[in-house]
Design a binder for this molecule. Sequence first.
Ligand code: NAP
Length: 269
Amino acid sequence: MKVAIYSNQTNDSNKVTSRIKELLVDTGIIIDDVAPDIVLSIGGDGTLLSAFHHYRDQLEHVRFVGIHTGHLGFYTDWRDFEADKLVESLKQDNGQRVSYPLVDVDINYTDGTKEHFVALNESIIKKIENTMVCDIYIKGQLFERFRGDGLCVSTPTGSTGYNKSIGGAVIDPSLVGLQLSEIASINNRVFRTLGSPIIVGKDQYLDLELRTEDRLIVSCDQLQAHGLNEKRSIATMHYQISMSKIYFARYRHTNFWERVDEAFIGGLK
Ligand code: NAP
């Protein structure tokens, strides 16, 4: 087995990295950051997102394991003091894995060019000044005209990230679908949107036809997919559940709703 270590390089993460490296050398597991079977992400959920984008071209055969140096995260099953237990699990690895959906994001420019991205949490489109106006299509069918600050399309595992902060629903990651959430939509006697997040199933897809092309930014997780310096203007956006998935080496199971409770409520039990 070949293992890569991807860390956010904080003091705490560096300590865990050194301990894991020592243990791996003792077990004979090879450390290979270029073509690993397993990627150990050490930091937080943000670090796991960076690791995902770093190994994006190897998703089919790589499995991720998240080690959190703080609280337990949504993509991180292990805590920093559990290095020994984790390496024990690596030694007994039998290829077990769970997968989660990703969202394909296509930006189609008015000049006919295209860019393709994949996101693990979400893709956000926002207008920096003035109102963003776009027509929203669900599976090719016009649904509504949106006016507001922007829109967020998130995966089930991304539902607890930015999506939740803008009033989106938290989705059990065993469901496969995409959530579209509004960012400050304008709703008055003249302009109207549904005003609530919608969740479409895995066979559906979403398209946005932009009516305001300038001063837009598009992000995919932490990455800027389209920035203000971009000369091209966006004509349409296309979102669908990706054929690729992210795989996690799941050596133990933490109930999703327990994670939600611990992360956002806590203290009652
Ligand atoms: P960041 O500012 O370092 O991270 C923002 C927070 O979001 C961190 O506490 C991070 O957890 C947490 N997070 C990331 N993915 C999550 C998920 N799936 N469920 C619950 N919490 C999650 O930003 P970043 O490292 O660039 O991370 C980008 C992600 O952060 C974005 O994809 C977005 O979902 C989220 N984010 C949220 C807001 C907001 O809620 N207003 C703003 C910016 C970004 P860790 O501390 O474990 O890394």
